[in-house]
Design a protein around this ligand. Sequence first.
Ligand SMILES: Cc1ncc(COP(=O)(O)O)c(C=O)c1O
Length: 170
Amino acid sequence: MIRKLQLMTKKISNSKFTNKFRREEDILHKFQNNLAKDFPLLKKRRISYLDSSATTQKPKIVIDKLKRVYEMHNANSHRGLYDISEESTKMLHDARKVFAYFINASTEEIIFTRNSTEALNGIANSLERTLNFKNKNIVSTVIEHHSNFVPWQQLSKRTGAKFRIVDFDI
Ligand SMILES: Cc1ncc(COP(=O)(O)O)c(C=O)c1O
């Protein structure tokens, strides 16, 4: 029996599937190691970090840029008639162009917000002003984070739309 099990284990561990899986795992590790190199915190603390939706770790290029902006250009955008304010206005517009290109949108469609909660509340509030929710359904799922659940729940309370929650299946 043990011999049979040993043979089976050997067969499985030599199988094409396992080899393919190992190759994919290798690629993933290389990818993770390469990626981690760009993130000082991940490199210094040697941790795996899984809470990016709440707070994203910053790569060195972002940290350096933030430092440079605070040291060289920090000023109100759109509100000052002096050099660093105009620089900060230009940087804001340039950033908007980059994001628009990145998600294939137009620059007018890019609105910078502080976080998802604020952004989603903003969308729900603006839909309330532009759409008629009478006899309509607002559909969410049981696995949504509060930031993408409460704004729709509240919108349905305010407008009388039926709030429907879809279960999930994995
Ligand atoms: C999974 C997940 N989604 C979304 C959010 C929303 O975060 P914020 O409104 O701070 O962007 C959080 C915050 O903790 C989160 O953990």
